[in-house]
Design a protein around this ligand. Structure first.
Ligand code: FAD
Length: 477
């Protein structure tokens, strides 16, 4: 008999429950990915993520082909498209890994109903979480809103299942019609702004595995401290691979635990790394409970916050032209390579929300469009965390000082030099506050403030005070 495996955010062949179960029980298997930009409740991908998706689908196609199968690409609503393919191949069962989010679950139910009408059974498997959201609840059956007890509960569940191996051979279904990936126009053409993404990333399962291995063999040593240093190669850079399911959190978990057993001196760094994976999990669980996390303040008193409408300031922030080198470096890194270091994400987000008083949703949307790892849970949850309106959030009155953050986490200015080359000749001590340089120092670094590099668009101290005053207006409400 023939089965179908429905791919979504799990673009890999190893540790894939649905693929494994379908191939174990069926003589032949068809694989499908359905593109539906209009699926109700599902946020359409931003530009950078669409680029990643195209590369990821291409590598998955190649990987399935090597094993004797193919990936069918079709556009439309999943229930209609999958039921049609099931009829076409005479399938008796359809398999998929679940996505524990309300709009995805609604579509899964529609797919199951459409298939059941034509007598086809469905098999669903746990998706890419370490623990399903319905298992980590408080006494009122609500998800946990504070990270530490949440993570303790997830860890108390013990190790997640051991990753499944990738099948060596697959018995696919020949000659199935498929859309051409190019016709989906996922990649930018005119203009083609994806050069920086191509130069810096290798999407796909094999690259994800190689990155994990290189990280655990190398920069994991010292991760706890280095993870805050944007001038160092101190983190795993696995986020877009995890976002598209090219690697599963179970695979990361077990590889990390294995490394800790082999090298006990790395244990503390590995625990810290796994707790970051815990934050991914925490954000997803939050989104499970709060499907409108990207648009609604989790703390309702923020609804009355006096945000400013300032298109000019927003544009300066987006373009990396605020006059604060660490902020500008981050925003330009994001534009060029589709990610930004976590420490700098916090700094630029705080700057937008507090120094510029611009609604966190404007920043969240910009990140959504420009991040290759844009994640429906992690992005809004972290924005709300920085803004102070979220779960387990940083208090609003903690305003990051972009000068001190730069001096502390990029002490030699290497990160700024990389992304803001017009400042590269400045001495280290001036790197994070070029406006304090003497005319002679500026001239010898080839800088003309306001011409080659902007003056700060807001004074740090005045911006901080303005933010605290704005916060005072909602504090008691
Ligand atoms: P590592 O330090 O190697 O961490 C390992 C993994 O843990 C990451 O790949 C990621 O999956 C997870 N992780 C680490 N930190 C966090 C965190 N704070 N929240 C959730 N998961 C985390 N991460 C996204 O994956 N997608 C987003 O859209 C996203 N938006 C963000 C927006 C803001 C304003 C902020 C402050 C953070 C955001 N993050 C987001 C979290 C974090 O910045 C990235 O996950 C991290 O920079 C990815 O780099 P890495 O893979 O080298 O991380």
């Amino acid at each position: 008999m023939t089965a179908i495996v429905w791919y979504r955010d799990d673009l890999r062949v190893s540790d894939h429950f649905a693929l494994y179960a379908a191939t174990e029980s069926h003589a032949s298997v068809a694989f499908i990915y359905v593109l539906d930009d209009k699926a109700p409740g599902i946020r359409p991908l931003g530009g950078a993520a669409r680029w990643w998706l195209a590369q990821s689908l291409r590598t998955l196609q190649a990987s399935l082909r090597e094993r004797g199968a193919s990936l069918v690409l079709r556009k439309g609503s999943a229930p209609t498209v999958i039921a049609a393919l099931a009829r076409e191949v005479g399938a008796d069962a359809v398999y998929w890994n679940e996505i524990a989010l309300a709009p995805h679950q609604a579509i899964e139910n529609q797919v199951a109903a459409a298939l059941s009408e034509i007598g086809i059974v469905t098999h669903r498997f746990p998706g890419d979480l370490l623990a399903p959201p319905n298992q980590i609840r408080n006494q009122e059956n609500r998800g946990l809103r504070v990270f530490t007890p949440f993570w303790r509960r997830v860890q108390a569940q013990g190790d997640p299942p051991k990753p499944l191996p990738a099948p060596k051979r697959l018995s696919g279904v020949a000659n199935l019609a498929s859309d051409r990936l190019e016709d989906w126009k996922l990649e930018p053409a005119k203009p083609d702004w994806a050069g920086g993404l191509r130069d810096n990333w290798q999407p796909g399962e094999a690259a994800a595995q190689a990155r994990l291995k290189a990280f655990l063999d190398g920069s994991i040593a010292g991760y706890s401290g280095d993870r805050d240093r944007p001038d160092r190669d101190g983190t795993s850079r696995l986020s877009p691979h995890l976002r598209f399911g090219e690697i599963s959190p179970r695979q990361v978990w077990h590889a990390a635990r294995f490394a800790a057993a082999e090298h006990p001196r790395l244990s503390a760094d590995i625990e810290k790394f796994l707790s970051e994976l815990g934050w991914r999990e925490f954000c997803r669980h939050l989104l499970f409970d709060v499907p409108d996390l990207a648009t609604r303040n989790l703390q309702p008193h923020f609804d009355g916050f006096p945000w400013k409408q300032d298109a000019g300031a927003l544009q300066a922030w987006q373009r990396g032209q605020t006059g604060y080198p660490i902020v500008d470096a981050g925003m330009r890194e994001l534009w060029h390579i589709g990610v930004m270091h976590n420490r700098v994400r916090m700094v630029v987000a705080s700057f937008l929300v507090k120094h510029l008083l611009i609604d966190w949703r404007c920043g969240e949307q910009w990140f959504w469009d420009t991040l290759v790892d844009a994640d429906a849970g992690s992005n809004p949850a972290n924005w709300q965390w920085v803004a102070g309106s979220g779960a387990d959030a940083a208090p609003y009155f903690r305003v990051f000082n972009p000068i001190l953050q730069g001096e502390k986490f990029d002490p030699d200015g290497a990160y700024v030099r990389r992304w803001v080359p017009e400042l590269s000749q400045l001495p280290d001590k001036l790197m994070h506050q070029p406006w304090t340089a003497t005319p002679l120092e500026l001239a010898s670094a080839g800088i003309e403030l306001s011409k080659t590099y902007p003056h700060p668009i807001v004074d740090h101290r005045a911006g901080r005070e303005r933010a605290l005053a704005a916060y005072a207006t909602i504090r008691g409400s």
